[in-house]
Design a protein around this ligand. Structure first.
Ligand code: C2E
Ligand code: CA
Ligand code: CA
Length: 765
């Protein structure tokens, strides 16, 4: 329409001009296309000559052309693989893929001037090929739009593995230099050679005497390593057993058929190993230290490169092995006491550092026993140093026999020894100290002279008396000094009261057996009252022990000891008999409708014979089973279901069962249900707190409610105040026991109490 106002000639002129322009453009485009074509052709030819692979990604159609060389680099023929991007995406290493794509996009978007990237690709047979890829962009001249990305692939595997190998070697040398553990270095050496020879698996064995011990073989199955570990070398013991025996390289092409493997091939064949080449590892002085083994899963002999590497690997492993063995020797020298063979002072210090750390972490307590011989100097001076040495050796042996294997014993000075023991139970350290005193004090004959050695022992606890080596040693030393000062031949704790406590407990322990055997204990009885009537319906028998020197010993101090020394059964038998006989005596006096409650330790309760013991006593004494109640703590509720039958036997017998100290353990009402419990004795702890702590009150109230709903009777223990009684009454508690009514009293006092009760009742009636 613009042309409307123009003249015809003007128009013709215009058309002419456009034609010429178009022709020029056409000419130019044709020329450029030909140029491009020629340059590509040339490029392709050049590529072929350079042995590089060529790829050509058409950005418009997303087709990718892969040249025959590109494919053969990865083990494929010209006709294999599709012409698309997925072909590449499937072959590139997944860890490298995104990085490569990112670089390609940066280049395409003009953010990068060039495209050059290294990546790993998977060869058809599975191994990795390192590829260097470079590319350039082809843009359309008319609109400058990128249309193709054309690039090359160069196989740089050789260079890359050499680079990797070199950096691995440097790493290993560094590991050797900084003294990393030999086993770590063996693994690193194996992995380095394995990376260099795909499919290869390596092992290092150390020769100890005539046995081959596992050194490192990170890629061999554990089962195989275990089977070979400890194998004796010989003229025909696989590849490594033979090479260490003969001192010569052994190349076995086929494990299946080689006579050297006849006896042990069944270890290797199931794991696929088919050939094994072994190079002896020797020290700088030529001593055989072990062997380096290379395995493949196919029969083969090594090529030149493999042979060279076998040799080099054995040399490298030799450096590590020689050094490691020297270090082990030095360590042994430094860490053992030459005379006694015990740990040395250095080893003791190191050990204590370690266990303070682990004990702190696990909140464990351990004791340091600092032992010093009494008057050792005198023996040394009068009998000579050889006699002194003999004595020290004997003492060391005695300590080893006395302590457990896990207790750490060291000789830390001339006649000083230290023992580290974990306090696994109360008085454990004191017990060991006692046993050491006893063991050391055994007479000994040295050069026809009979001696009776003695020692003093100081005991310090970690962390209570010291949290580190020096603090602990100081505390141990101080307590040792106290033991010497107190007259020698004894042990003393760093904290005075511990010594007294331990000694008291030992005295209790020593005297208890006799007291039980000679029936020197006595019983007191505490009434249990029915809240609704105020009547006494039951007495709980509680043991008492009065020792002529130690005085009154409370049951918490001797019941546990009785269990520890295996005396709880005779003790309980005595309590049961005495208490039941007492009940019979009261009945004879006219006090009827009473029952007797006896405390039973869980360990005895769970004894197979327990029910028959109860039956025997009941028959012997002549009470009815319903007159006896057994009090056990909640701990029996949690133990295994076999207890069910004990409960059943007791129920069949007709005795009642009460759960003592209820609420302090972890039993649930549900678990109680199976056990057919008659009474729950709510622990004094809750009764104490109910007036001051609302939560205790809530707990008591729910225990009573739940207990009653589930058919148990409730007894509240430790009732001391009227206020407590009233609340308990309101909450529905049926029975109570406590100082409010009566303390535990002797049998004669019980008679008086019962009489006064009878009197009261008569008055009411
Ligand atoms: P237990 O079975 O819980 O006995 C109750 C304890 O609480 C008794 O202490 C008793 O004197 C005390 N007690 C009772 N009412 C009150 C009170 O109102 N206030 C206070 N403060 N205390 C009260 P005891 O006699 O010292 O006995 C301690 C523990 O020793 C007993 O606890 C029981 O577990 C054990 N025991 C005592 N005699 C024997 C026995 O012959 N065999 C076994 N296996 N254990 C026994
Ligand atoms: Ca009790
Ligand atoms: Ca109790």
């Amino acid at each position: 329409m613009v042309y409307i106002n123009r003249s015809k000639s003007q128009l013709l002129e215009e058309i002419q001009r456009l034609h010429t322009e178009l022709a020029a453009i056409k000419l130019m485009t044709e020329k450029r296309t030909t140029e491009l074509y020629i340059s590509e052709e040339r490029f392709s030819l050049a590529m072929r000559g350079a042995n590089d692979g060529l790829w050509d990604w058409n950005l418009e159609t997303d087709e990718v052309y892969y040249s025959p060389r590109w494919k053969s680099m990865l083990g494929y023929t010209e006709n294999e693989l599709d012409n698309n991007l997925s072909t590449w995406a499937n072959l590139v290493h997944p860890d490298d893929k995104n990085g490569v794509l990112e670089k390609a996009h940066d280049y395409l978007a003009g953010r990068a001037d060039s495209f050059e990237v290294e990546m790993r690709m998977r060869h058809k047979d599975g191994h990795e090929v390192y590829v260097l890829s470079r590319a350039f962009l082809v843009t359309r001249k008319s609109d400058n739009k990128p249309v193709r990305l054309v690039g090359t692939h160069v196989d740089i595997t050789e260079r890359k593995t050499t680079e990797l190998f070199d950096s691995k070697s440097a790493e290993i040398l560094e590991m050797i230099a900084i003294g990393r553990p030999a086993s770590d270095i063996y693994d690193a050496i194996a992995l380095m050679y394995e990376a260099r020879h795909p499919g290869m698996r390596c092992s290092m064995l150390e020769l100890e005497g005539n046995k081959l011990m596992h050194g490192g073989a990170p890629s061999l199955p554990k089962e195989y390593c275990d089977a070979v570990n400890g194998l004796e070398y010989g003229p025909s013991v696989g590849s490594c057993g033979t090479s260490t025996y003969t001192g010569k390289r052994v190349l076995v092409e086929n494990i299946e058929t080689d006579p050297k493997w006849k006896k042990i091939k069944h270890f290797a064949l199931p794991h696929g190993m088919r050939c094994c080449w072994s190079e002896p590892i020797s020290s700088s002085s030529g001593k055989i230290l072990g062997a380096f083994g290379m395995y493949y899963n196919h029969p083969a002999l090594p090529n030149e490169k493999e042979l060279k590497d076998l040799n080099a690997a054995a040399r490298l492993a030799g450096i590590v092995m020689e050094r490691d063995q020297a270090q082990k020797r030095i360590r042994k020298l430094a860490y053992t006491d030459e005379l006694t063979g015990l740990a040395s002072r250095a080893s003791f210090s190191q050990h204590i550092e370690e266990i303070t750390k682990t004990s702190a972490r696990h909140h464990h307590r351990f004791a340091l026993l600092y032992i010093d011989l009494d008057d050792f100097k005198g023996i040394n001076d009068s009998l000579g140093h050889d006699a002194g040495d003999l004595l020290l050796k004997t003492i060391a042996k005695r300590l080893v026999h006395t302590c457990r294997e896990i207790d750490f014993i060291a000789r830390v000075g001339g006649d000083e020894f230290c023992v580290l023991v974990e306090e696994v139970e109360d008085d454990y350290a004191a017990n060991i100290a006692k046993r050491c005193l006893h063991a050391i004090a055994q007479p000994i004959e040295i050069y026809s002279r009979r001696l009776t050695p003695a020692c003093s022992i100081g005991i310090a606890y970690f962390p209570d008396d010291g949290e580190n080596l020096s603090a602990l040693l100081k505390a141990g030393d101080t307590s040792l000094y106290k033991a010497k000062e107190n007259g020698k031949n004894q042990y003393t704790f760093y904290k005075m009261e511990l010594t007294q406590k331990a000694q008291y407990r030992f005295q209790v322990e020593q005297n208890l057996r006799e007291a039980i055997e000679k029936q020197q204990l006595s019983l007191v009885y505490q009434p249990q009252i029915e809240v609704s009537t105020g009547n006494i319906f039951d007495f709980e028998a509680l043991s008492r022990w009065h020792h002529p020197e130690l005085g009154q010993i409370p049951p918490i101090n001797f019941i546990a000891t009785a269990e520890k020394i295996g005396m709880i059964k005779p003790l309980t038998e005595w309590v049961l008999r005495t208490a039941c006989r007492q009940l019979v005596a009261w009945k004879k006096k006219g006090f009827h409708a009473l029952r007797m409650a006896v405390n039973i330790s869980p360990s005895l309760f769970l004894d197979k014979e327990f029910a028959s013991l109860i039956k025997r006593i009941i028959e012997e004494v002549g009470i009815t089973p319903t007159e006896l109640e057994l009090e056990v703590t909640e701990s029996i509720v949690q133990t295994d279901p076999r207890n069910l039958s004990i409960f059943q036997d007791l129920k069949d017998l007709g005795v009642s069962i009460a759960i003592d100290d209820f609420g302090t353990g972890y039993s649930s009402f549900a678990s109680l249900k199976h056990l057919k419990v008659d009474y729950l004795k709510i622990d004094k702890f809750f009764v104490d707190d109910m007036l001051i702590d609302e939560q205790a009150l809530i707990l008591i109230s729910s225990m009573i409610e739940m207990g009653r709903k589930l058919g148990h009777e409730i007894i509240a223990e430790g009732v001391e105040k009227l206020e407590q009684l009233n609340i308990l009454k309101n909450l529905g508690c049926e029975k109570v026991q406590g100082f409010l009514f009566s303390k535990p009293i002797r049998a004669d006092a019980v008679s008086k109490l019962l009489l006064s009760y009878q009197h009261e009742m008569n008055k009411i009636a």
